[in-house]
Design a protein around this ligand. Structure first.
Ligand code: PLP
Length: 408
């Protein structure tokens, strides 16, 4: 008899998106002629930049010829891509990262979820709230989250990010071992300044905390003073793992490619206090459970660092950030309080009169025929908010902004 990992049974079903779909469906039944604009999902809508697509075509040609065929790819990625990342993502910002510290993967979701494989069961985990649900759910699977009461996990330390503090988290008073930070943040669309991020790195250095820093949306940062990488902060290589993704900048949500940085000076501890390199441990984990990202995807990602590739990525980012501005203006003109959207492709809209996320969802759906994601799905501090993605098409975004101004 195969026993299951019962922790899975404790994870709430995908109630949020199925409930959203149900509500949209019943609205459509009663008003079939109305066009609903969906900014709830965070998938991209614009195609892969042509320079990247051409490199992927060429990679397919390589694979189809005997003298340039590639089979299994290196588990930590090809050096052609790791070198390009080092040069353009890190050295260009004054950060020194070496090839052996980069692990190319198939997008940030799997590594942010799987990193717990190399971490002990008894760690105390802190998570900024609201945040990408993978952080908490993956810890539930590992059995680190405790028990859930009303969706709140007893062993997770929730670190609230609220409008009252400009969505800047305060240092927790209790002891933490692992901390998830995610900036630019999904769902609030907000960022941390260098000073704020330094506060967290200093805290981690002083308290032996491992920071899991999800920088999947760093390419959307417009303000030149905002750090793109946690390693821009002195000392961070001793305390932080960083996750990056090509999903939004290269339209790779379906292709799948990203990378994780684990500095060689970053250590974890055994129960008897012996230091162990997390880089070596993750390498071991990848040897056991992973067989590398595709050659085609990695050649595409490499091409994004050519001058023409970088120009096209900038164009794509500008497109979505213009959407963010239009959406933000539309919601603001409709009289609502709006956050985010300046350095991230997400708009975080506060409900009037502390209406719950779900009630607010209904109001926006019925009044404007626009769909957002209820903030309560990202954690308790997300209630009374809706998240809107700026990754939609310009046409839909302009129409939504006009509807918000005019009201139906
Ligand atoms: N991190 C954050 C904060 C996200 O919002 C997402 C996707 O929604 C991911 C990581 C995963 O991105 P991907 O697996 O496509 O790289």
């Amino acid at each position: 008899m195969a026993l299951i990992n019962e922790n899975f049974l404790n994870i709430p079903s995908d109630y949020l998106f199925s409930e959203v779909a149900k509500k949209v469906k019943s609205y459509k039944v009663t008003r079939p002629k109305r066009k609903i604009i969906d900014f709830g999902v965070s998938d991209v809508t614009q195609p892969i930049p042509s320079v990247v697509a051409e490199a992927m075509h060429k990679a397919v040609d390589d694979l189809s010829k005997a003298d340039s065929f590639h089979g299994y790819t290196p588990k930590n990625g090809y050096s052609f891509l790791r070198d390009a990342i080092i040069k353009h993502e890190y050295a260009a910002r004054g950060v020194s990262i070496e090839g052996g510290e980069i692990f190319i993967n198939e997008g940030a979701k799997s590594d942010t979820g799987n990193i717990g494989d190399i971490l002990g069961q008894d760690n105390c985990v802190g998570v900024i709230d609201p945040a990408y649900p993978v952080y908490i759910n993956s810890n539930v699977i590992y059995g680190r989250a405790g028990i859930s009461e009303g969706g709140i996990w007893s062993n997770i330390v929730y670190i609230p990010c609220t409008a009252e503090t400009d969505f800047i988290p305060d240092l927790p008073s209790g002891k933490l071992d692992i901390l998830y930070l995610s900036y630019p943040n999904n769902p609030t669309g907000t960022v941390l300044t260098k000073e704020e991020l330094k506060k967290w790195v200093d805290y981690a250095l002083a308290n032996d905390v491992l920071i899991l820093f999800d920088a999947s949306y760093e390419a959307f940062i417009q303000d030149s003073t905002i750090p793109h990488s946690i390693y821009e902060i002195k000392g961070a290589k001793k305390v932080a793992i960083e996750f990056r993704s090509y999903s939004r900048t290269l339209a790779f949500t379906g292709v799948r490619c990203g990378y994780t940085v684990i500095p060689k000076e970053l250590n974890g501890f055994t129960l008897d206090g012996t230091e162990v390199s997390l880089n070596k441990l993750w390498r071991r984990r990848q040897d056991i459970k992973y067989n590398g990202a595709s050659y085609i995807a990695q050649r595409g990602a490499e091409a994004s660092y050519t001058p023409a590739g970088m120009a096209q990525v900038k164009e794509l980012v500008d497109y979505y950030m213009t959407n963010a501005r239009l959406l933000k203006e539309g919601f603001t003109d409709s009289g609502l309080k709006v956050y985010g959207g300046n350095n991230a492709p997400f708009i975080w809209v506060r409900s009037p009169r502390s209406m719950t996320s779900w009630k607010f969802f209904d109001n926006i759906l019925y009044e404007y025929n626009i769909v957002g994601t209820p903030g309560c799905g990202f954690g308790p501090s997300g209630d009374c908010f809706l998240r809107f993605s700026a990754l939609g098409s310009r046409e839909d975004t302009e129409e939504a902004a006009n509807r918000l101004r005019k009201k139906l």
